[in-house]
Design a protein around this ligand. Structure first.
Ligand SMILES: NC(=O)c1ccc[n+]([C@@H]2O[C@H](COP(=O)([O-])OP(=O)(O)OC[C@H]3O[C@@H](n4cnc5c(N)ncnc54)[C@H](OP(=O)(O)O)[C@@H]3O)[C@@H](O)[C@H]2O)c1
Length: 342
């Protein structure tokens, strides 16, 4: 059994990890941490858990963690992971970081979009970007995995095959995404206040969202050229899920069949991507509480636009589910282990 710790276990992604890891056949939870002084029985955080699960969330010293655990899921706010990663990697531990701190290869892009100095640029090159479907070979045996952001996961899965196969232009890509409020984490803010959110719907951080460079990094890799996108996130009055509507310009002569073949080639063997086909569109309720990304598309011959729609659960395929998928690939466990969430 592999000993796994969840650092920042009281947050939304931490809670999902606890639920998944408890069902995993090859790991045991060795530590769950919080900054709070009081130890919390895990059932206080997740009341649906059976009463005989004897786990508490509490502060742990680094010495304790080093002894108890082999692999660490970091569920901390960005910037908080930088030093923790350094300590854990210095001690030879495997780290899967759910924050944005090691996703961008260009530290100056991180500093520009996140508005803070990167304090551990030395580890950026070691980090493997954990979009499992496209970086599986690098994830195998990796020591530091930068788990992708929620919006970038839904966006990239809908675009990468088409760019990689040269079927769409790299210019003029528009990503219009709508997210449930758990995407912003557990901390309260005015925008997550019930009275502000209920029966409301709005765009935010238009042209300024910090996930933009992460999406562009993956798309530039796929197209082989610098690729910029217009990305507009919206907040839905829902708890979880991200639906992205993506507008692409097809290259001259590319047919609907060719688009369909490209998606099928990329995803037919993927356990967690369900390509629905032409004119079949995903809904959030189909993916909530699952690690699936569902994808459908429509080719609008009238306007020459290709419209791709993707849906994921932000806390699972967009965070903790993909983190466990990455652990499974990294350590050679069956990729679906722990993730049969239906
Ligand atoms: N929510 C999503 O959909 C999603 C998706 C992909 C990636 N992520 C990323 O995953 C990480 C965790 O996200 P989350 O949604 O689980 O966040 P969250 O609900 O806000 O939880 C973060 C946890 O980190 C702990 N923490 C430690 N130092 C902290 C500090 N200085 N300030 C605030 N909290 C601190 C807190 O636990 P204690 O108070 O108990 O110490 C808190 O419960 C973030 O980097 C986020 O960007 C989130």
């Amino acid at each position: 059994m592999l000993n796994c710790a969840v650092i920042g276990a009281t947050g939304y992604t931490g809670m999902e990890l606890i639920k998944i890891l408890l069902k995993h056949s090859y790991v045991r939870i060795s530590a769950l941490t919080t900054r709070q002084k009081e130890a919390l029985p895990v059932q206080t955080l997740i009341p649906s858990l059976p009463k005989d699960i004897d786990l508490v969330i509490r502060p742990h010293s680094f010495v304790e963690l080093k002894k108890s655990s082999d692999l660490f899921f970091l569920c901390l706010p960005h910037t908080e992971a930088m030093e923790t990663v350094e300590k854990l990697r210095g001690a030879g531990k495997i780290v899967i970081d759910l924050s944005a701190d090691f996703r961008l290869k260009d530290a100056s892009a991180y500093e520009f979009w996140y508005g803070v100095k990167h304090r551990n640029t030395a580890r950026i090159q070691e980090a493997v970007y954990g979009l499992t479907e496209f970086f599986r070979d690098s994830i195998r045996g990796a020591k530091l995995i930068a788990n992708p952001g929620c919006y970038p996961t839904g966006a990239a899965l809908g675009i990468v095959p088409l760019l990689r196969d040269g079927l769409v232009e790299k210019e003029g890509i528009i990503i219009d995404s709508k997210s449930g409020v758990s995407g912003a984490g557990k901390k309260l803010s005015l925008s997550s206040h019930f009275a502000e959110l209920d029966e409301n719907f709005y765009a935010y951080k238009v042209g300024q969202h910090q996930h933009t460079p992460e999406i562009e990094q993956t798309l530039s890799w796929a197209s082989g050229r610098k690729t910029a996108v217009s990305f507009t996130p919206h907040l839905l009055p829902l708890k979880r899920g991200i639906l992205s509507t993506i507008y692409l310009r097809r290259k001259k002569g590319v047919t609907q069949e060719r688009i369909e073949q490209s998606f099928r080639k990329a995803y037919d063997k993927e356990p967690f991507v369900r390509f629905k086909g032409a004119k079949q569109f995903p809904a959030l309720k189909d993916v909530q509480q699952t690690n699936y990304c569902d994808i459908g598309f429509h080719f609008d011959a009238r306007t020459d636009q290709l419209i791709v729609v993707t849906a994921i659960d932000n806390l699972l395929k967009g965070a903790s589910g993909q983190a466990v998928q990455n652990m499974n690939v990294c350590l050679g466990f069956p990729e679906q282990e722990g993730l049969g969430l239906w």
